[in-house]
Ligand binder design. Structure first.
Ligand SMILES: Cc1cc2nc3c(=O)[nH]c(=O)nc-3n(C[C@H](O)[C@H](O)[C@H](O)COP(=O)(O)OP(=O)(O)OC[C@H]3O[C@@H](n4cnc5c(N)ncnc54)[C@H](O)[C@@H]3O)c2cc1C
Length: 397
């Protein structure tokens, strides 16, 4: 009989990575013998997720609101619409995800205790952790954490976005294709584009996305979105709801382990790809690796921050940070010269080195060389001589 407040495993954070880890652990029969505590903070969940996948598991299929076989890229005088082959682009609303986990998954696993007790601190070491949450102290051999408990890292580049869910009287959208990037808007000194998820001919999410150090005021995003919709689709629509989000576009500030050896999950483990913000699939893959490691005792192979894909990301991040206006040209060339499904496989880190050479050879080489030289010289400078970063607290990720 276990002592009260003592568990085999504590998961901190009842968001995407917390639930996906529990889901992957539950595939192992031994999981039923584990006493598990899931800690949340009682906040309402508004997230929605898009991602592409070849074979989506049935559990997630039932959460899908809309999926697309085609994606579109737009820029000035360019429209590229392509079939994704054996991939599909999926949209899962947070309500479907969380209602599945709270109403179906948790009741099937009575050995998981779910508490809204805001975690404050992790102490101890692997095999003997304690977690301070609310006015309680919980003990466990294993802790997996998906929330910032200590000082938040400084972020110098964000993907920030504002979206309107709208419904129109007329048929103004093409529900056959989601618009991944529409660069045919004024860049205003930044790297920015529209993102459109058409749910039907009459309803869509229309989102303005920036890759930029500083978020705007809400009214500035709203003015831009209104101008875009009114100019392209007319004024005959109503706004159902609005969303806002910020995702860090930064490397080297997220870690796989916390200060006491607890395992980090999700965004705080660097699972949101810094150049795109896509996290769903990476967290899914990471959860599988962590669950396997939990039951086999072998170390998990996590998404690596130091492999060649991280290096490619570092070049693009340097360009966006230092030459934001080059972003539009780079993405336009990328989509003009390379097939969409190959781009998605590249972003998934599934391409081979020859495919990658092929992709980069078609991009503006001089700016990538400048990024490369700059990265190399940064490495050679002593820490104190490096360019100071624009400092902004990590929030709302
Ligand atoms: C608006 C928005 C849209 C996004 N869209 C996409 C997308 O389309 N596709 C994609 O792949 N990625 C997307 N992302 C990236 C996103 O960060 C990840 O998809 C994902 O939510 C990260 O999972 P996580 O578990 O790290 O964090 P979260 O899902 O945020 O989970 C953290 C959880 O911990 C809880 N919590 C916070 N503090 C405490 C505490 N002290 N104690 C206990 N619990 C606590 C929170 O309430 C939350 O439920 C989006 C991000 C944002 C902000």
């Amino acid at each position: 009989m276990q002592q009260k407040n003592t568990y085999d495993l504590i998961v901190i954070g009842d968001g995407l990575s917390g639930f996906l880890l529990l889901y992957e652990l539950s595939k192992y029969p031994e999981f039923a013998n584990q006493q598990v505590l899931l800690l949340g903070d009682g906040q309402e969940k508004h997230r929605t997720w898009c991602f592409w996948e070849k074979n989506l598991e049935p559990v997630f299929q039932q959460m899908v609101h809309t999926s697309w076989k085609d994606l579109t890229f737009r820029s000035d005088n360019t429209e590229i619409r392509e079939d994704l082959g054996d991939l599909k682009y999926y949209y899962i609303p947070g309500e479907s995800f969380f209602s599945y986990f709270q109403e179906k998954f948790l009741p099937l696993h009575p050995h998981i205790t779910y508490r809204n007790d805001r975690a404050l601190k992790v102490n101890g070491a692997p095999g003997d952790f304690s977690v301070v949450a609310g006015d309680q102290v919980y003990k466990a051999k294993n802790v997996y954490n998906s929330v910032f408990l200590g000082e938040k890292p400084k972020i110098d580049l964000w993907q920030h976005f504002r979206g309107w869910f709208i419904e129109s009287e007329e048929e103004i959208f093409d529900p056959g294709s989601a618009v991944l990037m529409d660069f045919s808007i004024d860049q205003q000194g930044a790297c920015r584009f529209m993102y459109i998820l058409p749910f039907s001919a009459k309803s869509a999410l229309v989102e303005l996305t920036y890759f930029d150090p500083e978020p705007l005021g809400m009214s500035e995003y709203d003015k831009e979105i209104e101008r875009f919709i009114n100019g392209r689709m007319g004024k005959n629509y109503r706004i159902l709801k609005k969303e806002y989000g910020q995702i860090p576009m930064q490397q080297g500030v997220f870690h796989h382990y916390g200060d006491h050896g607890e395992i980090n999950l999700g965004t705080i483990a660097g699972m949101a790809k810094p150049t795109t913000g896509f996290a769903f699939q990476r967290i899914m893959k990471d959860s599988k690796a962590l669950a396997r490691a939990y039951f086999t005792g072998r170390e998990a192979k996590r998404v690596d921050e130091t492999d060649r894909f991280a290096f490619y990301d570092s070049l693009l991040l340097w360009i966006i940070r230092n030459h934001p206006l080059a972003g539009k040209n780079i993405f336009t060339l990328l989509f003009q010269q390379t097939q969409m499904d190959r781009i998605l496989r590249f972003l998934d880190q599934q391409t081979n080195i020859w495919e990658e050479v092929n992709i980069f050879a078609r991009l503006p080489v001089p700016i990538f060389l400048r990024a490369l030289f700059s990265k190399l010289s940064e490495k050679m400078l002593p820490e104190t001589e490096k360019e100071p970063v624009v400092i902004k607290d990590l929030q709302n990720v």
